[in-house]
Design a protein around this ligand. Structure first.
Ligand code: PLP
Length: 460
């Protein structure tokens, strides 16, 4: 008998412990956001109904992860929790050295402190902002070489996160001596959560081999990337995600990881690699700021939760639901005529604020106007990714960012379909009255990373 098929893809879990959500009035939210200088990072989370600011560390842990926490061994050195964690990492990424850190950016700081430095250049499909900041902090240059389709919000490509292999080869032909490592971010967060194909990873590996270069993965969303490969890449359908992940790992010399994403942690990260000498240099830096090499910046209980989270991250039912539910939100918005980046990525839907609000010029921050409107309308917190985030230049001038987007990032296993249906309605209502929205001006901003703390005023 054939297996029946159903249209509805349900959440593959039932709810075991609930957290209340706080309903607020529009008036309350208008006052809260005004008090916060119209910066959603400054709004108290208790005043947010559906929090889509980030998918980082905001997911729900499973019953088995909470149970694993009880096994945490807090020995300073040689904790059994470390070995359990190391083995769970190696099940997927069989690298010799696994070095825990408190989160992804700590792994980045360590690896670029060793490999970066003035005169060096680090290519990546697209650097995430902390990755770029950690490269540049050492005096090195961070270069983004994603394929041209990856820069166009409307262009369709099944693997829009791919590296432009000929651009990489050209860079290496010209400046091979200056390139200490090539990075690939899977999925490509800053480029819209878009995946990288296995074929592209193989091609990048070949170019790295031709020049004798290390290849590292920024692997935060490795499982979502592997699911896209299974779904979209010719010849990969029906393959176990675990196998695809191992193949991705086999093409690299190491990786940095934020365990706050696919590994299902609320905190954590790690560095992994095969090279003994490089690992020793990294461990020496780890001890300086993160901690002893068998705990990094983490408690034994965190390591246990991550070991369990890694097993859950590659479960097919979970990944099918995860990718489908992000697609569900994006496709509903497309049907409602709300402009979104396409195709829909793995962890987030990106609204194209510049297209929705053509009457607000980029230097009046259409993304900020849209993000504030979503909060005021329905208590939905999102994140501007546009001119507020990227507009201020190192020389002090201000220029429009390439795109003005608003990211709706979906925490893992946290919201149900009815929450998402509500978000769709909020977006529709804001879009219907989008002509009434006005731009903003910045009244106070710090010297760097202004989006976190700047204060805004609506233009009337
Ligand atoms: C692609 C990518 N790399 C690195 C990081 C940094 O990780 P963390 O926030 O754990 O420091 C993030 C976080 O969002 C990310 O998305």
């Amino acid at each position: 008998m054939s297996e029946p098929s159903f249209r509805t893809i349900i959440e593959p879990f039932r709810i075991h412990s609930v957290e209340p959500l706080r309903m607020t009035t529009r008036r309350h939210r208008q006052e809260a956001v005004a008090r916060s200088g119209y910066n959603l990072f400054k709004v108290h989370a208790a005043d947010v109904l559906i929090d889509l600011l980030t998918d980082s560390g905001t997911g729900s842990m499973s019953r088995d992860q909470w149970a694993a926490i009880q096994h945490g061994d807090e020995s300073y050195a040689g904790s059994p929790s470390y070995y359990l964690f190391r083995d769970a990492v190696r099940e997927l990424f069989p690298f010799e050295h696994v070095i825990p850190t408190h989160q992804g950016r700590a792994a980045e700081r360590i690896i670029f402190s060793v490999l970066g430095g003035p005169g060096k250049v680090v290519p990546n499909n697209t650097h995430f902002d902390t990755t770029r900041a950690n490269v540049e902090f050492t005096g090195a240059q961070a270069v983004d070489l994603v394929i041209p389709e990856g820069r166009d919000p409307q262009a369709y490509h099944p693997f829009k996160g791919n590296m432009d292999v000929s651009a990489l080869a050209a860079l290496l032909n010209e400046r091979s001596a200056d390139v200490p490592v090539v990075f690939m971010t899977i999925t490509n967060n800053s480029g819209g959560g878009q995946p990288v194909s296995l074929e592209n990873l193989h091609a990048v590996r070949e170019v790295c081999d031709a020049h004798g270069k290390l290849l590292f993965l920024d692997a935060c969303r490795f499982a979502e990337n592997a699911w896209f490969i299974r779904e979209r890449e010719p010849g990969q359908a029906g393959r176990e995600v675990v196998d695809i992940v191992r193949e991705m790992a086999s093409l690299a010399d190491g990786l940095t990881m934020s365990a706050k994403k696919d590994p299902m942690g609320n905190i954590g990260g790690w560095l992994a690699m095969d090279d003994d000498e490089l690992a020793e240099q990294c461990r020496n830096l780890l001890i300086l700021t993160e901690g002893f090499p068998t705990y990094g910046g983490l408690a034994g209980r965190d390591l246990e939760a991550l070991a369990q989270g890694l097993r859950e991250a590659v479960d097919h039912d979970y990944l099918r639901y995860r990718i489908r539910s992000t697609g569900y939100l994006g496709e509903a918005l497309q049907r409602a005529g709300v402009p979104v980046m396409s195709p829909i990525g793995g962890h987030a839907v990106y609204l194209d604020a510049r297209a929705l609000l053509p009457h607000i010029p980029p230097l009046q921050y259409p993304g900020q106007a849209l993000a504030v409107a979503l909060y005021e309308m329905g208590g939905v917190r999102s994140c501007e990714i546009g001119t507020v985030m990227f507009g201020r230049q190192p020389d002090g001038s201000e220029t429009p960012a390439a795109l003005d987007l608003v990211r709706l990032a979906i925490p893992r296993r946290t919201y149900t379909q009815s929450h998402i249906d509500y978000v769709i309605e909020v977006c529709e209502q804001v879009a219907q009255s989008s002509g009434e929205l006005t731009g903003y001006r910045i009244v106070e901003e710090p010297a760097t990373l202004r989006h976190f703390t700047a204060r805004f005023e609506p233009l009337t």
